[in-house]
Design a protein around this ligand. Sequence first.
Ligand SMILES: [Zn+2]
Length: 153
Amino acid sequence: MTYFADLAPYSYSPVPGSFPKLLHVGWLEAGHAVPAGAVDAESTDRLARLCAYAKVAVTRGRYRCHLPQCPTPFATVVVDGDDIGLGAAEIWLPGPGGVWYAAPDLIYHYVTEHDYRPPDEFLVAIHSEDAGKFTETEWRALIRADRAAQDPD
Ligand SMILES: [Zn+2]
């Protein structure tokens, strides 16, 4: 993946106009320090479900983890017995005051295998009842609408 500092304004791919305060979380890469710290089991479980079932910005290619000493570069997450691949999508979820967070779905792997600790405000946001409700279908519709607005042909 490309590296972006936690809570930097999102700039990886086109941002739908309806997300003026979209921030990066968990865009880690070799050569950049990993913010480390414990994440409680409840938050890890919640993150597992979001990374398994709330994917947006799905790509055809699959990124592997590039962090040093990675035990499983082609990462997966097991939820309810399903082994689901990571590295080809993001999760977007709302925070306070119009903020949204965009994390690669590899964030689950970073937390569980590399001791990464996301910012506190993100760990709060994953427990919101609105987290996980923004779907790939909605994401694609917003991207299409924005493209149409910029290029009215
Ligand atoms: Zn890894």
